[in-house]
Design a protein around this ligand. Structure first.
Ligand code: FES
Length: 84
């Protein structure tokens, strides 16, 4: 089971983290990953301060470089790799 946390802190919220949550939820349904992935919100995980993109962790590992623009593609790749 992969645990995905998306930051819902204010800096990430204004950069579209709520849209990323919606997109991820849709992707999980579309791919039939409901029993393989848990998706939760998180408070600030300092990605904003370190300017590494949106705050997103998979199994506790911060995934750098995620933006609202690349989120769907980049996260799908990151998830697929970890589910393999
Ligand atoms: S507000 Fe999201 S990492 Fe800081």
């Amino acid at each position: 089971m992969l645990k995905i946390e998306v930051c819902i802190g204010s800096a990430c919220y204004v950069k579209g983290s709520n849209q990323v949550v919606a997109d991820l939820s849709q992707m999980i349904r579309d791919e039939g990953w409901e029993d393989k992935i848990s998706l939760t919100g998180s408070f600030c995980m300092k990605a904003c301060q370190n300017k590494t993109g949106l705050g997103i962790r998979i199994n506790g590992e911060l995934i750098p470089g995620i933006t609202m623009q690349n989120a769907k593609e980049a996260l799908k790749a990151a998830i697929t790799e970890r589910l393999a």
